[in-house]
Design a protein around this ligand. Structure first.
Ligand code: MRU
Length: 344
């Protein structure tokens, strides 16, 4: 498994996911603004990975503040945190990481600036290490839902690259494979960024887990023919009632799964659950640039000036979700109560 992100001495480096599978290249961030740019530009993506990047970015940002005054340090650190929060709007893991780092800095105030800086860097390493451990737990909780010999459909990339390592939805798939369940994976290509084709297929092929890529449009037809046994996706944010924000196209997959009596599972860490968001209607959905749809590389494929809508995520109402798999266990409907218990 290639790493997603790590400290390299005083800098943070991440695998440039825009280039996979053609090139495996590090993207080096020397300051927090490099990390913000990397998140905005999809160098690193996937909700938990964005959370790890934000934590490391804040440690970089904090480390660059030149002052011995804790008051001045905290003022500047808050401004950096506010900038970081704007990098991408949908994945709640970004806010979760910013709050975790901010609360820690606040708690450390009496220790002095140098100590706060050291602790922030250490904490960002903990965020990474914990994320991998959480994914392994999620894998072991989730694989029990996967029948031997199952064909599993997944959408986007909720794998090692979308997290600190191992993956959420792909973590469950990896755990089922490690148990010898002889599963097969169907990966939606996932227009327009092709995370399914470029990243999910790449990761699964590296692990020698059988994978077949389909166009997003083919999922319904395969389900109708009985060729999909289970659907598993990740999530960018889960509301208190169990509504799920995830990569655009997830909603239609979930509706098709219900119509065809295929279980639809969502695998996500507790850091993806946002109890302050009542339901999916208030989750901000990122709208990205038109050229992501009208251009492939440098090649323009749409009529110049065509009007384009490019929402990067959609909301799947809780009624389409069969279960949510977390590191603390599997929650089934009614989700509001189950989620409350999980977070208690
Ligand atoms: O736009 P992206 O690539 O950041 O979107 C990623 C997804 O939608 C993933 O499914 C989600 O973040 C879960 S990743 C474990």
């Amino acid at each position: 498994m290639i790493p997603t992100i790590e400290w390299d001495g005083q800098y943070v480096r991440m695998i440039d996911q825009r280039k996979i599978p053609s090139k495996i290249e590090w993207y080096v961030c020397r300051g927090y603004r490099d990390v913000i740019r990397a998140i905005e530009k999809m160098v690193i993506r996937g909700a938990p990975a964005i959370g790890v990047a934000a934590a490391m970015g804040l440690a970089l940002g904090g480390g660059s503040i030149r002052t011995n005054s804790v008051r001045i340090f905290m003022d500047k650190f808050r401004k950096i945190s506010e900038e970081m929060l704007l990098a991408r709007p949908t994945a709640i893991n970004l806010r979760w990481a910013v709050e975790r780092m901010g609360n820690l800095a606040e708690k450390m105030k009496t220790a002095g600036v140098d100590e706060i800086k050291k602790t922030l860097k250490y904490e960002s390493q903990m965020v990474l290490a914990e994320d991998i451990e959480i994914n392994r737990k999620m894998g072991s909780n989730g694989e029990k839902l996967i029948p031997t010999g199952a064909t599993i459909l997944t959408h986007c990339n909720a794998g090692s690259l979308a997290t600190g390592g191992y993956g959420t939805a792909l973590g469950v798939i990896r755990a089922a494979h490690e148990k010898g369940k002889k599963i097969k994976v169907i990966a939606d290509e996932t227009r327009p960024w092709l995370q399914g084709l470029r990243l999910t297929a790449f990761e699964l092929m590296e692990d020698q887990i059988p994978v077949t890529v389909i166009t997003d449009n083919a999922a319904g037809s395969l389900m109708r023919q009985g060729r999909i046994d289970v659907v598993i996706t990740g999530a960018d944010r889960i509301a208190a009632n169990g509504d799920v924000a995830n990569k655009i196209g997830t909603y239609q997959v979930a509706v098709l799964a219900k119509t065809n009596k295929v279980p639809f599972y969502v695998a996500a860490p507790l850091s993806t659950i946002d109890p302050t968001t009542k339901n999916g209607d208030t989750i901000p959905v990122e709208e990205r640039e038109a050229n992501e749809i009208c251009q492939i590389g440098r090649l323009k494929i749409g009529p110049p000036g065509v009007s384009v809508l490019n929402p990067a995520f959609d909301i799947t109402p809780a009624k389409y979700v069969s279960a949510i798999i977390t590191e603390k266990g599997v929650v089934r409907p009614p989700f509001r109560k189950g989620i409350k218990n999980l977070l208690a």
